[in-house]
Design a protein around this ligand. Structure first.
Ligand SMILES: [Zn+2]
Length: 174
């Protein structure tokens, strides 16, 4: 399994709307595995295909703690079919915006329908950190970053710092 390069914001490739996967075939399944390898190496708890330059609706996640068994989740064409009225706020980060965090409120619980790595339709009910993580990764598929949920002032400060760090080569990611 290959480790892929993670794209760092600001980058126009992170703003693209991704296309649905027609079928989860061997090639897509391999990409999911490569994305997991990349995510674990970072390390992170979620990764979306556009973060590695693939404009397809694919995300991977694993929110298990270090002392727990790994619990990888691979999803193609995820779709939220139900969301709770109640929100929860997490201090979110992103592998494409290294070293920056912001509080984002999202529905506390969701039900998501998706294709798994064997092209089977599945539904998952998630709450808390997993629900937040799925919604964060799904945002990436529509070109939305967590900083798009905060004020323009805060967003611009973060993006300017990232641009500066990229130019000076201060970020060693990916
Ligand atoms: Zn992210």
């Amino acid at each position: 399994m290959a480790k892929l390069d993670i794209i760092i914001a600001p980058d126009p490739r992170l703003k693209l709307k991704c296309k649905p996967v027609a079928k989860v075939d061997a090639k897509v399944a391999r990409l999911m595995d490569d994305m997991l390898t990349t995510m674990y190496a970072a390390p992170g708890i979620g990764l979306a295909a556009p973060q590695v330059g693939v404009t397809q609706r694919i995300i991977v996640l694993d929110v298990a703690r270090e002392d727990e068994k790994p619990a990888p989740i691979k999803m193609a064409n995820p779709e939220i079919v139900w969301a709770s009225d109640e929100d929860v706020t997490y201090n979110e980060g992103c592998l494409s915006l290294p070293e920056h965090y912001a509080d984002v409120a999202r529905p506390k619980a969701i039900r998501v329908r998706y294709l798994d790595h064997q092209n089977e339709i599945r539904e998952l009910e998630a709450e808390g950190l997993l629900a937040t993580c799925i919604q964060h990764e799904m945002d990436h598929l529509d070109g939305v970053l967590f900083v798009d949920h905060i004020t323009a002032l805060k967003r611009n400060i973060i993006l300017r710092k990232l641009l500066k760090a990229k130019k000076t080569g201060a970020l060693a990611v990916g």
